[in-house]
Design a binder for this molecule. Structure first.
Ligand SMILES: *[C@@H]1O[C@H](CO)[C@@H](O)[C@H](O)[C@H]1NC(C)=O
Ligand SMILES: *[C@@H]1O[C@H](CO)[C@@H](O)[C@H](O)[C@H]1NC(C)=O
Ligand SMILES: *[C@@H]1O[C@H](CO)[C@@H](O)[C@H](O)[C@H]1NC(C)=O
Length: 535
């Protein structure tokens, strides 16, 4: 009997907790998200999955079965999903008993309905909330963590200044109803260990926004969620489309949630000055945008009482056809890797049941293609692989070394045997040491360091570590180019060959001295030394 009881307890424990790779719930410890019990860092590498649009059904279930989508999320290297929801789905009586089938029918979405009937017929007769919960359950069953993101009030595409969903008091955004929605969701998903956090509200914005109301309602909402469900991280967003929390530098939020409070920020190529990624010298644009992010939000993760910062949205046209996006992405990846930020890319969905009045609308920022078959960018994992990993672990005892990262390709510098250094897949990277400007870049635990041979020639490894060809400095205008001299007093920068995917050359430095007339793209030369202390 006793054995049986123990066995049952064991099975229940396994069901409740054993399915998740990470130990949950999570908490915060300085700027890191940690497993609240052990204090070990847990990094969120998430993808956004929309379930807040008019149909109020997680997108793509017409294209693939739920199980397959969740499995695909995991196989793409994510450990978490930021799953969006609309307030009205939980608060409005008229949606309370609406089924998935009824919702799709009411919008005339016959094909979507037929798709779901084929993939997951059991979903069709669930209520909208029931189907949302089924998605959360499946994500948990496949070891994925979930952040529930209150994306809009009225179910629709987000976000515009005048869409009535932007700020407390807008036509669809009644603060009391919002608080009720947060309470319902916090309660409903309490006890599901995979639900690690709640994003309080996506992209506050528009003419009504004010700091005064922000403090008033964000304080109430944060306390409310924490009271109802003290296990979840409460994720607070700022003004101006989730880009600005600078006012917290003058006046703290003043809410103590027992290490459950953190902040989020959104960052796209179009977040800053109009067209900046098209015109200015890129070294300066990248430096300036990082400075701007730090002034508005990043400072919260630094200084005396740092808290974690979650880049809960960033993204690019995954077809690679948007020049501004492409340039932005290299800057972002270097930044995200160096700080080892927690993040959620926009977005998983390759399509929407309905957007802008169009059935089957294609999402070009979607990680998956329109059929939800393959990554839209065949090199997705190569490009994003490094930032999906945990790079820094505050509790690690391993001394810090560097990863040499080339964000434009997503590759890392690696050495096979006694070969030349190569741009390898990051999982095959080497460890490097460097003591700052004017010192060699050494292959860790060897007598070998990087050495310039000449302009246009591959960089090599040498035991000559003291000559000018082997002492490197970062180029000050960007801190993204790394240069040494060529033996004749001229600086050459590391550059990844554009014709050969693995070759690393040294070449004349591009856009040195922040030259305003320099309009070439120096990103082939962007290498970042990323500190790491993981084994
Ligand atoms: C929804 O259905 C339940 C159970 O059938 C019922 O008790 C409830 O009144 C219905 N709610 C609404 C708003 O129709
Ligand atoms: C859903 O419910 C309808 C109406 O009650 C029923 O006719 C249909 O067979 C159900 N479909 C499934 C897949 O259970
Ligand atoms: C790239 O360069 C390496 C080393 O020189 C060479 O072995 C390889 O064949 C080249 N690859 C391509 C695609 O040209």
């Amino acid at each position: 009997m006793l054995w049986r009881a123990l066995h049952a307890i064991f099975l229940v424990t396994l069901l409740l907790f054993g399915s998740l790779g990470n130990s949950l719930p999570l908490g915060t410890s300085t700027r890191w998200i940690v497993d609240a019990a052990s204090g070990h860092r847990v990094k969120l590498s998430c993808v956004n999955w929309a379930a807040h649009m008019q149909a109020m059904v997680a997108e793509g279930l017409d294209k693939k079965p739920l199980k397959d989508i969740a499995a695909r999320v995991a196989s793409l290297g994510f450990n978490c999903v930021r799953l969006t929801w609309a307030t009205f789905m939980f608060t409005r009586k008229r949606y309370a008993n609406v089924t998935v089938a009824q919702s799709l029918d009411s919008l005339g979405l016959r094909e979507a309905r037929m798709g779901i009937a084929e993939n997951d017929p059991w979903l069709l007769n669930l209520t909208l909330v029931g189907a949302y919960e089924a998605v959360v359950n499946e994500l948990g069953a496949q070891n994925l963590m979930v952040v529930l993101d209150n994306h809009v009030s009225k179910p629709q595409w987000c976000c515009g200044n005048g869409d009535g969903n932007g700020f407390f008091g807008d036509i669809y955004f009644d603060p009391e109803e919002w608080l009720l929605g947060l309470t319902i969701v916090a309660k409903r998903f309490k006890g599901k260990p995979q639900v690690v956090g709640m994003s309080m509200r996506n992209e506050l914005r528009g003419p009504r926004q004010s700091e005064q109301d922000w403090y008033r309602y964000i304080r109430r909402g944060a306390r409310k969620i924490h009271k109802v469900n003290p296990d979840v991280l409460v994720i607070v967003s700022g003004l101006n489309y989730d880009s600005d929390l600078s006012f917290l530098g003058r006046k703290p939020l003043g809410v103590d949630l027992d290490n459950k409070l953190m902040y989020e920020v959104h960052w796209y190529s179009f977040s800053g000055q109009q067209g900046e990624w098209k015109v200015q010298p890129l070294n300066r644009v990248c430096t300036n945008t990082i400075k701007r992010i730090d002034e508005r939000v990043g400072f919260l993760a630094q200084g005396e009482n740092p808290v974690p910062l979650f880049v809960s949205e960033f993204g690019v046209d995954q077809r690679g056809v948007n020049r501004a996006d492409n340039r932005f992405l290299s800057c972002f990846l270097a930044f995200a890797a160096e700080r080892d930020l927690d993040w959620a890319i926009w977005a998983l969905q390759g399509s929407y049941y309905l957007r802008n009045g169009q059935a089957g609308f294609e999402e070009t920022y979607g990680v998956l293609d329109i059929r939800w078959d393959h990554p839209r960018n065949p090199k997705f994992q190569e490009r994003f692989g490094l930032i999906q990993e945990m790079i820094q672990d505050p509790s690690s005892l391993v001394p810090t070394y560097y990863i040499m990262y080339h964000p434009q390709s997503g590759r890392c510098v690696g050495v096979k045997g006694k070969d030349r250094p190569q741009a390898s897949y990051c999982r095959k990277r080497s460890r490097w040491t460097h003591n700052g400007d004017g010192t060699p870049i050494r292959l860790m635990s060897t007598a070998l360091c990087l050495k310039v041979i000449g302009d246009g020639l591959p960089v090599t490894l040498s035991t000559d570590c003291s000559g000018e060809q082997s002492t490197w400095k970062s180029v000050p205008s960007s801190n993204l180019q790394i240069a040494a001299m060529d033996g004749q007093g001229r600086y050459l920068c590391l550059e990844k060959s554009s014709s050969n995917s693995t070759t690393i050359l040294t070449k004349k430095c591009l856009c040195l001295n922040d030259d305003s007339n320099c309009h070439v793209n120096p990103q082939t030369q962007w290498f970042k030394l990323i500190p790491s202390n993981l084994n």
